[in-house]
Design a protein around this ligand. Structure first.
Ligand SMILES: N[C@@H](CCC(=O)N[C@@H](CS)C(=O)NCC(=O)O)C(=O)O
Length: 249
């Protein structure tokens, strides 16, 4: 019998969604357990993840309720490690090529996104910095997309797509709803440039293909993310006001 998989997850978390997409592509049977990040259960950090983060997979061990994790299951963390783990467990999902060159290209693509797109994305939304570095990062990222195929590496949907999709979806939800600590109007300005400028044509087609993928659609609830981001950014804005007032005093 296959070993059991329990995914400790949070709906708001893009890293969690990566793993959910991969498991969905693999048609894996698993138990999902939502962790309230504002009020984590006391057993989570000592028994599941010493870093106290989602996503974490508990793999194998006896059948136990997720809230009573067994010391006999292996606990695996870090979304990118988990994507490769799911790909290894379910090779028929074909989300990671067996060809060494394709694998290297896939990892390079993910690394580029993590180092050139994610940081300016966070800077714009959470620190209110200019969207210009994000635009430059996205244009560089776009150059790595396959020219003919629908997805990053061609027509085969892969962990390259899975790694970036949750962030691309959340960026759209954030800026189209002006959610972030940036000046009002900046999100809409960025979005209308992205939506209308010919230089973003390939990226727009790619984003549309990601949004249409069933595994991506079924793991993303834009209304939920909109409400959760709205609350989170209101809190950040209030904290920034307090910090600014303290600096001025
Ligand atoms: N590098 C980790 C990042 C995971 C992460 O930061 N998860 C966040 C939620 S999106 C978390 O659990 N934070 C702990 C907390 O909020 O206390 C990964 O790729 O899995």
């Amino acid at each position: 019998m296959d070993k059991q998989i329990t995914l400790y997850a949070a709906k708001i978390c893009p890293y969690t969604q990566r793993v959910e997409i991969a498991l969905s592509e693999a048609r894996a049977e698993y138990t999902r357990f939502e962790i309230d990040l504002q009020n984590k259960p006391a057993w989570f950090q000592p028994q599941v993840n010493p870093e106290s983060k989602v996503p974490t997979i508990a793999y194998g061990g006896p059948p136990v309720p997720p809230s009573q994790p067994s010391p006999e299951s292996v606990k695996i963390t870090e979304s990118l490690v988990l994507l490769e783990f799911v790909a290894d467990l379910f090779p028929q999902s074909r989300i990671l090529s067996s060809d060494p060159v394709e694998r290297a290209k896939t990892r390079f693509f993910i690394d580029f996104f993590s180092t050139r797109v994610a940081p300016p994305h966070v800077a714009a939304l959470l620190r209110g910095e200019s969207f210009e570095p994000l635009i430059r990062g996205l244009l560089g990222f776009q150059e790595l997309l396959s020219k003919e195929g629908m997805y990053a590496m061609g027509d085969q949907f892969s962990i390259a797509d899975i790694a970036v999709a949750p962030f691309i979806l959340r960026l759209e939800t954030a800026v189209t709803n002006e959610l972030g600590v940036y000046e009002p109007g900046e999100g809409t300005k960025f979005w209308s440039c992205y939506q209308s400028h010919p230089k973003f044509e390939r990226l727009r087609r790619y984003a549309a293909a990601l949004k249409e993928r069933e595994s991506v659609k079924s793991t993303y609830d834009s209304e939920y993310i909109k409400n959760a981001y709205s609350k989170r950014f209101e809190m950040f804005k209030a904290q920034r006001k307090v910090a600014a007032a303290a600096t001025a005093a």
